[in-house]
Design a protein around this ligand. Sequence first.
Ligand code: ADP
Length: 496
Amino acid sequence: MAVTSKPSTSTSLRHETMLIDGAWTDGNAREAITVLNPGNRKPIASVPRGTAEDIDTAVKAATAAFPAWMRVPPRDRGRILTRIADVIEARVEELAKIIAEETGNAIKTQARPEAKGTAEIFRYFGGLASELKGETIPFGEHVLSYTRREPIGVVGAIIPWNAPVLLGSLKIAPALCAGNTLVLKAAEDAPLGILWVARICQEFLPKGVLNVITGYGPEAGAALSAHPGVRKLSFTGSTEVGKLVMKAASERIVPVSLELGGKSPSIVYPDANEDWVVDGIIAAMRFTRQSQSCTAGSRLFLHADIFDDFLNKLAAKASKLKIGNPLDEETDMGAIINEKQFRKVCGYVEDGLKQPGATLRFGGLPPKDGPLSEGFFAIPTLFAHDANDWRLAKEEIFGPVLVAIKWTDEQEAIRMANQTHYGLAGYVWTKDIGRALRTAHAIEAGWVQINQGLGQSPGHSYGGVKQSGIGREFSLEGMLDSFTIKKNVTINLATP
Ligand code: ADP
């Protein structure tokens, strides 16, 4: 969580600076943002409230660094990334603790896997540098026509707070591997982990290749989206802000990659009324990340034959998740990022409780006293309703509130699953492979999983359709499509 303060008022509070042109600095910022631990609402550190001038300085630094960086042989760029991966891997516990503290995500279930995943991302893209290959086009013996994968230039990247280090690394590693330079705007609620990663990167990178600005979205973020020196925009966050970024990009015809929200369906067939499926639904819903995930399978379509029995099993398992201090190794589920989000999630629960036709099957409003009331702790909650078109089934809650909807006819289940403007992920649960594949192919989403609910790994092209986004991340194709330009060179070989 972030609040604005004067920079030097609390002397004991750790202060982290921004990375601009190889230097650690407050830039032009006259105010600071205090980062709070969502688990106890206490300050952890402050960071500069970066300004439009800071963005401008950073873009100029990245522009100046670009010609030399693009000429570094790709393998050498890749080697730098793998060396960064080695250092992150060796210090993974340090990073896990920072992530848990600033995001409120439990160290055991989320923050440590995120820290490990970050090292993996640098290693994966480091190994892909030699794959920045072109093609030859067969125009006949008298012509040589080939393509080159060239970097685009200065990339402007904006990231959210829910998995800030992983999502930030998914922009830094492929963009730099492909020979671009970067200005990254960290999320105001969780900037510390990505600044820690940037410190490691800076030990290996020439100055100006990577710049990280802290600050608020409508200030620093908007300035980055609108900066004429930025040649590519890569954004992860809400659909609402994604539209603003796309609008800014359209002013200058700058290519844009958007990884936005979701309201992903999980379709459970009658043969899947089993414990491992219940575990899978909990994983797909990302309950252990307080469901603050755009991939969360937050609409549960359960076949009528198993509806009540499955929900009873789910209630029993969900109630066993241990909620509390994110840094405690026993904790499964931590805290919601900030007060605004916490109130928003509570608002959805209140709405559900008042909704005619909806029944609360487990969970509800968070406790008002006791240890959990000290932080922004929400509890796993499920409402059952026959309708698919009420507010909780339509809007992205970004909190642990699941809705269950009954179905009997497969086509009807698929129709309801697709009845959304989102299209990020989907989950299908059945042992009948024909049904599973038929359904997976019919779901309008960028990623459908069958009989598993967990996260993505490097190599798989991740991204959405409809209002869940444009472009793919996490893979070789993602790097090539998002961070390179395909240039064609054609040579007449028949000159006298
Ligand atoms: P969330 O609600 O998940 O925080 P947001 O889309 O609000 O998602 O934020 C994601 C990122 O976008 C953050 O770094 C935030 O500061 C930034 N952001 C917010 N508003 C704007 C804006 N108007 N222009 C550019 N970036 C913005």
